[in-house]
Design a protein around this ligand. Structure first.
Ligand SMILES: [Fe+2]
Ligand SMILES: [Fe+2]
Length: 270
């Protein structure tokens, strides 16, 4: 396989048609048999890959494409509409954070890691949204199955069901109910994930106001949580960043292995 084959496999598995703005091939490579895979790889990891004889490095989070990755945040509109939020409300809900992400994008040194990989000629790509989309489907399907079997399911049932996914059993973090409690009825439940980053206050608030009872994020900033908690319009569950990212990453790693590629996971691959 070459680096394009690897990217295309992720697109195919996730149902993405094109390479999204938060994913990119930076250093192309052919005949890849041994891959080092991480969530936030560093220059040291690149050098380690080179000295240990790896053929390519795959990173999850955006690297140099962080200068345009914020565009993927707009995918939240589609996710919300699919969950039943009217489109005009969904569009309004992404506006503020989209602007914040866009402005913040210019603060970063986007060249880190990529320039090191170019210097030592280590094939390098990052795959973000496609793998998050794989994870989102797995977690939303698990929730939908619980609610299909028992429409009266409570938050404890949702957490218990998600804990059946092996990544959550291995993680150091725990799935946490931040709003509502274990006995609260889950009702209409939406896992907002796979659109660059969490939707913060506005997306959860809009969901609550549009009839969604329970929102799940993989992480949330404390000020957003405090604001939502003060207003207390619905239930909020946070599943943990690394564990939840790995729910989408590990099926992709398994597929690469099935295709004969040896994969070593470090730096967040649990
Ligand atoms: Fe992710
Ligand atoms: Fe992530």
């Amino acid at each position: 396989m070459n680096t394009s084959d690897i990217m295309n496999l992720a697109l195919e598995m996730s149902g993405c048609k094109n390479i999204p703005d938060d994913s990119e091939i930076y250093v192309e490579g052919d005949n890849i048999k041994k891959v080092l895979f991480g969530i936030d790889m560093t220059n040291a990891d690149i050098y380690m890959a080179k000295s240990a004889g790896y053929d390519a490095v795959i990173n999850h989070h955006p690297l140099s494409c962080s200068t345009r990755a914020y565009n993927v945040f707009l995918e939240n509109i589609k996710l919300m509409v699919n969950a039943g939020v009217p489109e005009e409300y969904a569009r309004k809900a992404v506006e503020d954070k989209y602007e914040a992400l866009k402005i913040t994008a210019s603060t970063k040194n986007y060249d880190e890691v990529v320039s090191a990989a170019k210097l030592v000629n280590m094939p390098l790509l990052n795959i973000h949204q496609p793998l998050d989309e794989i994870g989102r489907k797995i977690m939303q399907d698990a929730i939908d199955d619980i609610l299909k079997e028992n429409p009266e399911a409570v938050l404890d049932d949702i957490v218990k069901g998600l804990n059946g996914i092996s990544e959550f059993q291995r993680a150091r973090t725990k799935i946490e109910i931040l709003m509502g409690n274990g006995k609260s009825k889950a009702g209409k439940t939406f896992f907002a994930h796979g659109a660059y980053t969490n939707g913060g206050y506005d997306i959860a608030n809009t969901c609550f106001e549009c009839g969604i009872n329970t929102v799940l994020y993989i992480h949330i900033a404390h000020p957003d949580y405090k604001r939502l908690k003060n207003e207390n319009k619905g239930n909020l569950i946070v599943t943990g960043h690394i564990a939840s990212d790995c729910v989408g990453i590990n099926p992709f790693i398994k597929k690469l292995e099935a295709l004969g590629i040896e994969v070593t996971g470090i730096n967040g691959i649990i």
